[in-house]
Structures are given as C-alpha cells and as structure tokens.
Write a protein that binds this ligand. Structure first.
Ligand code: HEM
Ligand SMILES: *[C@@H]1O[C@H](CO)[C@@H](O)[C@H](O)[C@H]1NC(C)=O
Ligand SMILES: *[C@@H]1O[C@H](CO)[C@@H](O)[C@H](O)[C@H]1NC(C)=O
Ligand SMILES: CC(=O)N[C@H]1CO[C@H](CO)[C@@H](O)[C@@H]1O
Length: 328
C-alpha cells in the first residue's frame, strides 16, 4: 500500500508538470495514459461542470461560508491519503471526525451536486472530481481567478481519523510546514501560494488565542500593535473559542492578494500565517506575492491543480461512489 501510493504520487507528479505549463493538460508523452485530464467526462457526463457549479452557487448564495469551507475541504482531503474524497465519508472514526476537520463546511453542497449527477449520469463522476471542481468554483464565486481542472480521479475506500495527523496546524513552524508540503510533493513556493487561500474565510479564536495572551498576559510581538486590540476585542481572554475572525482582515470575502499585504504589516491572524513573513525562508515569496505586479492568481491556479493531483488512485483502484458520504 505504501509503495503503491508513492509510485502513484510519482506518476501524478510527472503529469502535473505537463498540466502546469498553461494550467491545462496539453499533449502528454506517448504511453502516458494515467492521471486526470481535461474533458474526461466529455462524452459520459458532458454537463458535469455546470451541475457542480450550479450546486456550489446555490449553496454559496444560501451561506457564503461554504466557499472557504469547500476550498479548505479539498486541502484537507488531498493531504490525507491523496485527493480521493476520503474526507467526505461520514461515520464513527472517519477523517471527518478528526480535530482539524470539525469546522469544515459545505459537505451538503457536495452531496447535493452528487445527487444531481447521479440523476444525469449514474455511476460516472467521482466525488473526488466533484470536490476539485467545487473548490475551483468557490474561488470564482469569491471573485478569484478561474482555471481548468483536469478530471478522472477515483474515490477511495478508506477514511480514518488517525490518518489526519499530517495536516499542518496553526502552531507549526515554517520548517514543519515545509516538511508537510514536501512530503506530498509541493514546494515552499507552492506552500506560500496555497496559504494565500486564507485570503478568504475565518478562523475560530481558539486557533490563535495563544498569540493574544501568554502566561503573563503578553502578546506575540509580531502582531501589529494597532491590530492587537481589535483581535483582543473579538477574542477576549477565556472568551468563546468558537467566535470566528477573518483571516484576511478587511477583505475576508474577496479572493485577492491582500492577505500577503496584511502579513507584511503584522496583520496575520494565525501564527502559521504570520511566520511566513517573519521567517527568512518564506518572506521573499510573500514580498513578491504582495506586490502590485503579483502573479498570485495565476500561481494559485497552478498550485491548486498540483495539490489536487496528490496521491491519486488510478486505473481501476478505488471506486466511483454512489453517495459521497459513504463507501459503496
Ligand atoms: C500552510 C498550512 C496551513 C495551516 C497551518 C492552516 C490552518 C488553518 C486553520 C487553523 C484555519 C482555521 C480553522 C478554523 O478555526 O475553523 C484555517 C482556515 C482555512 N484554511 Fe488553512 N491552513 C493551511 C493551509 C491552507 C491551504 C493550503 C488551504 C487551501 C488551499 C487552506 C484553506 C483554508 C481556508 C479557505 C480557511 C477558512 C475556512 C473557513 O472559513 O471555514 N489552508 N486554516
Ligand atoms: C509574554 O509576552 C510578552 C510580550 O510580548 C513577553 O515579553 C514575554 O516574554 C512573554 N512571556 C512568555 C512566558 O512567553
Ligand atoms: C477587521 O476589519 C474591520 C473593518 O473592515 C474592523 O471593524 C475589525 O475590527 C477588524 N479586526 C478584526 C480582528 O476583525
Ligand atoms: C487590518 C488591516 O489593515 N487589514 C487590511 C488588509 O488588507 C486590505 C487590503 O489591502 C485592507 O483593506 C485591510 O484594511
């Protein structure tokens, strides 16, 4: 199993290089048939993208929180056993029940898209593909860039909370974050670019309150002194840890590069975000991405296609789920 996974990762990797040239699959080397590709469903389910987009749009209109929710869901799926929709399985001890996944949002939107797809083209579209498409649509709905998403993923048959330990956490150093991204084949630059997903969405006070009040009541000195009182007002000491704060203050519902600008001013919310500015290993990357000539959007699209091909199941391994929340 371990060996199989790593060889998949390697194969996926090569195809990613091909995909990443223009953010779309172009010619593949001969005999290179595995991996996702554009138009995978063009004859078997031609309306797949419209159906997914409509479901995500309806969910977003009802509750805009589902856009960041779904974007984060793809990240948490791909880092744990690859992009195989293992995050979507409900039940005791599944990935979904692991601590870092408890605040994910948008499961019902994926389920809804799947129901409609089963009516239109039964047994054809994988939940892993629905999630990858829905994450792209979530970026578009928050006024970010659009890009083409190769499809052809298959759904996994394993989902265990104990596998979620490799997810990056808000207290991770840059070195640990790098280690966790390298382990799935992503570079330091891709780490910083993908962390730019925090340009939308929120975090619970409990994920960063340690920065506001240490054992002697002091605060993390890297927090902008004018921003600190705002954070302390929203998240008072011993207050409600579930109160949510924008990760990109002042621009938390718009997908743009202001997250990086805020980091440079000590206005990051998570410690794992703010240290991307204070650590010399990542600061120059933040500096480039925050500039007016930032290539953030295009790089984000490419990095998303790379992240969404981690550890794919290929050929006949895995399955096409009938319902996204349950293994067949
Ligand atoms: C680099 C390591 C990362 C760490 C340590 C990290 C950590 C976190 C934490 C602690 C939260 C707040 C969760 C909560 O309180 O509910 C969060 C939210 C979020 N993360 Fe990350 N994250 C990382 C990378 C990423 C990546 C790569 C993506 C997607 C490409 C992503 C997308 C999001 C989004 C969209 C939210 C907002 C969720 C919402 O509003 O419901 N994160 N992240
Ligand atoms: C708490 O924060 C203050 C202010 O940044 C700092 O001077 C102090 O060393 C910190 N104490 C501990 C125990 O971390
Ligand atoms: C974020 O920005 C808004 C203004 O858009 C402000 O009212 C709020 O207090 C700021 N701070 C936090 C921690 O959200
Ligand atoms: C707290 C703060 O200064 N937030 C800023 C983050 O960046 C955006 C865009 O530059 C500003 O609008 C916010 O005010």
């Amino acid at each position: 199993m371990g060996l199989f996974r790593s060889s998949c990762l390697f194969i996926t990797f090569l195809s990613c290089l091909v995909i990443s040239v223009h953010g779309q699959a172009t010619a593949r080397p001969p005999g290179f048939g595995v991996g996702p590709r554009l138009g995978f469903y063009s004859t078997t389910c031609p309306n797949v993208e419209t159906i997914v987009r409509n479901a995500v749009t309806a969910g977003f209109n009802a509750n805009p929180r589902i856009a960041p929710g779904i974007l984060r869901m793809l990240f948490h799926d791909c880092f744990v056993l690859g992009c195989d929709a293992s995050i979507l399985i409900s039940g005791t001890n599944t990935e979904r029940t692991a601590g870092p996944n408890l605040n994910l949002r948008g499961f019902e939107v994926i389920d809804n898209a799947k129901t409609q797809l089963e009516a239109a083209c039964p047994g054809v579209v994988s939940c892993a593909d629905i999630l990858a498409l829905a994450a792209r649509d979530s970026v578009v709905l928050t006024r970010g860039i659009s890009w083409q998403v190769p499809t052809g993923r298959r759904d996994g048959r394993v989902s265990l909370a104990s596998n979620a330990n490799n997810l990056p956490g808000p207290g991770d150093s840059v070195a640990i974050q790098q280690q966790k991204f390298t382990a799935v084949g992503l570079s330091t630059r891709e780490l910083v670019v993908l962390a730019g997903a925090h340009t939308i969405g929120t975090a619970g006070c409990g994920t960063f309150s340690n920065r506001l009040f240490n054992s002697t009541g002091g605060a993390d000195p890297t927090i902008d002194p004018t921003f600190l009182p705002q954070l302390r007002t929203q998240c008072p000491q011993n207050g409600d840890a579930s109160v949510r704060v924008d990760l990109d203050n002042g621009s938390g519902t718009t997908f743009d590069n202001s997250y990086f600008i805020n980091l440079s001013r000590g206005r990051g919310v998570l410690q794992s975000d703010q240290i991307l500015w204070t650590d010399p290993a990542t600061r120059p990357i933040v500096q480039q991405l925050m500039s007016p000539r930032s290539t953030f959007n295009a790089e984000f699209a490419r990095a998303m296609n790379r992240m969404s091909t981690i550890g794919l199941l290929t050929g006949t391994s895995g399955e096409i789920r009938r319902v996204c929340s349950a293994i067949n």
